[in-house]
Design a protein around this ligand. Structure first.
Ligand SMILES: C[S@@+](CC[C@H](N)C(=O)[O-])C[C@H]1O[C@@H](n2cnc3c(N)ncnc32)[C@H](O)[C@@H]1O
Length: 215
């Protein structure tokens, strides 16, 4: 369930961009939101590391990785989003596909970013996506995940309003779950969670263990 505004936001880019701009104020603006992934991992990666932006949309959160010199591949299910990504960020390689079953080789990435996308998946599919991240990362590679977290008292009502207008039940389900614990259960190690924007946002980094793990 979601309101009539959600399909409109995906259809009319200016609505999507405006909603992103307003909701990112709590974290310091759109630039800061888009840079959360690369800021967390930059120092742990080689300068030309291979990075996958899973559910990349039009590539806005891939842009800071490209600017920093990483080799970025963006995967998304939406051909329209990928078309826009091609225009806005021509340096990004694009792959059309499902995050639950990406057409990509095992261990082919040094890092994977999931930027405000995991909440789009029902619980079972969310687990599949995270298992695929383990499969696609090289041993010792890093996942960075930026997504919703239950807000503290100041932002609780704005977050509830935002979710009611623009999100589906999958986002509400994710807010009930403990993502760091889930990542650990799936076999990730070095899991670290940081709460941002009045706790309304979480940034999690986690690594694929160097000993082999099955997907
Ligand atoms: C909220 S947008 C986030 C886009 C981008 N990561 C960002 O930070 O701006 C979620 C994206 O997930 C994509 N998506 C949803 N379900 C997907 C799936 N099953 N496989 C791949 N991409 C999917 C949508 O097409 C959309 O571009």
């Amino acid at each position: 369930m979601s309101s009539f505004l959600r399909p409109l936001a995906y259809r009319y880019r200016w609505i999507y961009d405006t909603v992103t701009a307003v909701s990112s104020l709590s974290v310091g603006g759109v630039e800061r939101l888009r840079g959360l992934g690369v800021d967390a991992l930059r120092s742990r990666l080689q300068p030309s590391a291979a990075v996958l932006d899973l559910c990349c949309g039009s590539g806005e959160a891939a842009a800071p990785w490209l600017d920093a010199g990483f080799q970025v591949t963006g995967l998304d299910v939406s051909p329209l989003a990928l078309e826009l990504a091609e225009k806005r960020h021509p340096g990004m390689q694009r792959v059309e596909g499902l995050a639950e079953d990406p057409p990509l080789e095992n261990g082919s990435f040094d890092a994977i970013q999931l930027s405000v996308a995991l909440h789009e998946f029902p619980r079972r599919e969310r687990e599949l996506v995270l298992r695929q991240c383990l499969r696609l990362l090289r041993p010792g590679g890093w996942l960075v995940l930026v997504d919703l977290h239950p807000a503290g008292p100041w932002l609780r009502i704005p977050q509830q309003l935002f979710c009611a207008l623009f999100e589906t039940n999958t986002a509400l389900a994710m807010l009930e779950d403990n993502l760091p614990a889930q990542l650990q259960e799936l076999g990730f190690c070095s899991v670290e969670q940081e709460l941002l924007a009045g706790e309304a946002l979480q940034r999690i980094t986690a690594s694929r263990p160097t000993a082999s793990v099955t997907a």
